[in-house]
Design a protein around this ligand. Structure first.
Ligand code: PEP
Ligand code: MG
Length: 928
């Protein structure tokens, strides 16, 4: 054990030791020591040591009371996989050497009958993956060492309880023996002794359990329980490496986009015991409230408990304020240390500690996971407290957090009118309402059927990750604010209530009862994750506070969160280089986008306007026309409507640039479905109906059949429509120019950007540009006003990107349509990819959905090529992107790097894009 007196430890803690260092990774080194005030690693070495390892090293260097140990690097893990599940002898030797160093630092020896060293073996990847991988505690115990532990602690019961816990953990995690085999034997002994609680078993009984466990191990593994602590250590290390690929860890990485290739580190650390009696305990906490962001010391602990007991949610722990009462000295030291850690890391810290016989040990510190709401509160508070600059604050908020803030809440009147059935701990804020299910598999099944579900569990375990992901909210009966459900719920931004102790859950019977009321699977439940109230009802929700302020339904001054949201985005605007526009087709959408900070429209899909009220019959007439004159007559009817649309959108954007795209989808999309028409005609004929309406239906069917395409996405759409029906382009160009002229006359300077979709050949664009220029000249002459306008194109066909230098001879701007560009580059139909994408991801053929996150290596190269070639021809070419990727943070980083001028996202993603663009500007350079 690291022998340092309490006084000495305190002195070092209060010393303002600078915690510095660089990411020094030594070639050929796989094991990094920490202990007795010095560590070989530091905070910058997360890639090599994982988050936990680098935190332990950093705290050790700062003189904090950390039990000594060593970290086996992520490189060793990757080597283990490369060698087909083996660690090379050189790494084994390096570990053995570090075991000796650890024994020296600890003043204890593995397997000793006098003073045995016990260690914990824990996973720790670069990104925290709470509870997803395996941990083994009390390693080093064997038949001899258990006697040593008994001697050292003068506590035989404690020694044998530790041994049986170790055997059980090692047996299930390392030897992969079902837990139930051990649990069964444990119950047998308890029954024989006539006791119901584990704590009622004495030393002799626990000794008996140990013997029974040995038999279990021999029966299932065919070998005796390994007695050599070095064998135990190597086996445990390999098991932790293996757990990197267990199903729940894989699922977690998929959800959070964590690469498989980074591997996990393994931390081997001297055990300290929180379970030696009433002067001991273990706990976890945060320097601020991770659910609400409030500046309050926040955490939980359990007296006389070990390791995972708190996180596992099996016993409901006590709030940390209670520690101030029962162990004031340890509490004060903990506050002092954690405050210092927060200042040092410049972020909320999530820590683990153990108190052994009144002495405090720090076991972990890392940046705390927080809800989107808390992220915004904490970042803006830290700036107010001058702990970070606005620039640093921007990097503390995940852009996705901003979309959590826009999620709906309950209608307050309706919510108040319903009595709460019970209350739990408010683990993750948000309004959740759905139908109750009791297992994660059911949650997935129901949600696949389009039903909103609330997952109700006694407690969640890491295997519940898939069910939690699809649920509207998670409700548990046990566990504290740092239990698995709470931690994961917050991270997912999933409303969660934990520890609702009044719920009596019968998972088999698929019911729960609360205050005499029985709730069955499928019944509606609603809860508020900010207050902890649970109601047995279906409650409607209402827009978030931020949207209410934007809609003028709430005063800006009355909404604290709105002020902070705005502040953060104002800072983001100062640092970002990329412009942010919105994809919007209607004036109200454009207005909302403007309020969200979009300064321009990157894509106005004009065809969406054709679906407006009363327009479809006119559009259908235009399509059904079998001669140009009739087609022109229908288009003339559409013209004033389109002009009005464009006028509204221009006006809503206050003179910022607006890109309007000419018609894109195949015409049959505006006609009824072929099958529906056939049925209608058959019914009419069968019921003896004849005459004009039957004839009209038959004509319609004939045209639908004529327009039928086998591959409509690669068919008669985009510029191809404009080329075959130039009068459509004419009408749209006229509507755009007339609206723009009118606004310019009214004093609003509008520069329309007319965009031709799906261009692959420069001649296609030329054909359309001639029409637009001609119509523009006509309109300006008629209106006696000259205005500036641009004609450009979407780059969404690979040939367009490859010949961008030629296309730019005609195009005054480019906008990458990365939806179609992804579709055509991969040859994946964007409407059908869902049928096999999951399998591709499971098999690691694809990491991410390329329609959500830009495929930088493939599609991205076409974008980069398009930008470079386009600007070679026209140096001032304005280049943007208007595919869905414009609102995806990692894609935004890519667009920043390749030097785009702006990204365009759907209105609700505009805040996300603003923050992501600032983060990109702060972390990567254009051209990197
Ligand atoms: C695109 O293809 O990326 C695009 C924005 O156009 P649409 O989604 O309308 O095809
Ligand atoms: Mg497209």
């Amino acid at each position: 054990m690291a022998k340092r007196s309490k006084k000495a430890a305190k002195k070092v803690v209060s010393r303002k030791a600078p915690m510095r260092g660089t990411a020094k990774r030594s070639a050929g080194k796989f094991v990094y020591f920490f202990g007795t005030g010095k560590a070989e690693g530091n905070r910058h070495m997360k890639d090599t040591l994982g988050g936990k390892g680098s935190g332990l090293a950093e705290m050790t260097n700062a003189g904090l009371p950390v039990p000594p140990g060593f970290t086996i690097s992520t490189d060793a893990c990757n080597l283990y996989y490369k060698l087909g599940g083996k660690v090379p002898p050189a790494v084994d030797a390096e570990i053995a050497l570090h075991v000796k160093r650890l024994e020296k630092a600890a003043g204890a020896t593995l397997g000793s009958t006098e003073n045995p060293l016990l260690v914990s073996v824990r996973s720790g990847a670069k990104f925290s993956m709470p509870g997803m991988m395996d941990t083994i505690l009390n390693l080093g115990l064997n038949d001899a060492a258990v006697e040593g532990l008994k001697r050292r602690t003068s506590n035989g019961r404690f020694a044998y309880d530790s041994y049986r816990r170790f055997m059980q953990m090692f047996g299930s995690v390392v030897l992969e023996i079902p837990k139930s085999a051990f649990e069964h034997e444990f119950e047998v002994v308890k029954k024989a002794r006539g006791v119901s609680l584990d704590t009622e078993l004495d030393e002799a009984a626990l000794g008996e359990v140990v013997e029974k466990y040995k038999a279990v191990v021999r029966k299932h593994s065919g070998k005796p329980f390994p007695q050599d602590p070095n064998d135990q250590l190597n086996m445990a290390r390999n098991a932790v490496f293996r757990s990197w690929h267990n199903p729940r860890a894989k699922e977690y990485r998929r959800i959070y986009d964590i690469p498989d290739a980074i591997g996990t580190a393994v931390n081997v650390q001297m055990m300290v015991f929180g379970n030696t009696g009433d002067r001991s305990g273990t706990g976890v906490g945060f320097t601020r409230n991770p659910a609400t962001g409030a500046k309050e010391f926040f955490g939980e602990f359990l007296i006389n408990a070990q390791g995972e007991d708190v996180v596992a949610g099996i016993r409901t722990p006590q709030p940390i304020s209670e520690l101030a009462r029962v162990m004031p000295k340890a509490y004060a030291q903990l506050r002092q240390i954690t405050t210092r850690l927060e200042k040092h890391y410049k972020d909320i810290q999530d820590f683990e500690f153990t108190i052994q016989d009144d002495r405090l040990y720090m076991l972990q510190t890392r940046s705390g996971k927080r809800t989107g709401y808390a992220a915004v509160i904490i970042a803006t508070d830290l700036v107010k407290e001058r702990l970070v600059t606005p620039k640093e604050a921007l990097l503390l908020v995940d852009p996705e957090a901003l979309s959590q803030l826009l999620a709906p809440g309950f209608d307050p009147k309706e919510w108040k009118s319903i009595t709460a059935a019970t209350r739990g701990l408010p683990a993750s804020p948000g309004a959740a309402c759905g139908q109750v299910v009791f297992t994660s598999d059911e949650a997935v099944k129901w949600s696949d059927q389009g039903k909103p579900v609330i997952l109700v569990r006694r407690e969640t375990v890491p295997d519940d990750i898939h069910g939690m992901w699809v649920s509207q909210g998670v409700l548990t009966a046990t566990g504290g604010m740092t239990s698995h459900a709470a931690v994961v719920g917050r991270q997912m931004g999933k409303p969660s209530i934990v520890g609702a102790g009044e719920l009596a859950i019968d998972e088999h019977g698929k019911t729960f009862t609360v205050k005499g009321q029985t709730v069955r699977e499928g019944d509606w439940v609603a809860f508020d994750g900010l207050t902890g109230e649970v109601k047995i009802a279906k409650v409607s929700s209402q827009p978030s506070e931020i949207l209410q302020v934007m809609a003028g339904k709430m005063k800006t001054a009355d909404s604290d969160i709105f002020g902070r949201f705005n502040q953060l985005l104002t800072w983001a605007d100062k640092f970002r280089r990329l412009g942010v526009r919105a994809n919007a087709d209607q004036p109200d959408q454009a207005e909302l986008a403007y309020k969200f900070g979009a300064r321009g429209i990157g894509l106005c899909r004009t065809e969406h306007m054709f679906f407006g009220e009363g327009r479809i019959p006119i559009v259908q007439r235009m399509i059904l026309a079998d001669n140009e004159a009739d087609r022109r007559a229908a288009l003339a009817e559409l013209l004033p409507m389109q002009r009005e649309d464009f006028y509204g959108v221009f006006k809503a954007m206050h003179g910022t640039p607006v890109t309007i795209r000419t018609i894109d989808p195949p015409l049959h999309e505006f006609l009824p479905k072929r099958e529906d028409l056939m049925v209608e005609i058959a019914i009419m004929e069968a019921t003896g109906k004849s005459g004009r309406s039957l004839e009209e239906k038959k004509t319609l069917l004939a045209r639908v059949e004529q327009l039928h395409e086998f591959n409509p996405m690669l068919g008669h759409r985009g510029v191809r429509l404009g080329i075959t029906y130039p009068e459509i382009t004419e009408m749209q160009a006229r509507a755009i120019m007339e609206a723009a002229c009118q606004l310019n006359r009214e004093g609003l300077k509008v520069v329309p950007e007319i965009m031709i979709p799906l261009v692959g050949l420069v001649k296609e664009l030329r054909d359309q540009k001639v029409i637009v220029d001609r119509v523009a000249a006509e309109v300006m002459k008629e209106q006696k006003i000259k205005i500036k306008y641009l004609v450009g194109t979407m780059i969404e066909v690979p040939r367009g990107a490859v010949t961008a230098d030629e296309v730019a001879t005609e195009a005054q701007f480019f906008s990458f349509g990365t939806n179609d560009l992804t579709q055509m580059t991969f040859g994946f139909s964007r409407d059908d990819v869902g049928k096999f994408l999951r399998v591709y991801q499971d098999k690691k053929i694809l990491d991410k959905d390329p329609f959500a996150t830009l495929d930088a290596e493939g599609v991205g190269q076409l974008v980069a090529m398009g930008v470079e070639k386009g600007r070679k021809t026209r140096a001032d070419l304005k280049v943007g992107i208007c595919g869905e990727h414009g609102g995806d943070p990692s894609s935004v980083h890519f667009f920043h790097k390749v030097g785009l001028d702006y990204v365009s996202a759907s209105p609700y993603r505009v805040p996300v894009a603003r923050l992501a663009a600032a983060q990109a500007a702060l972390s990567v350079k254009v051209g990197d």
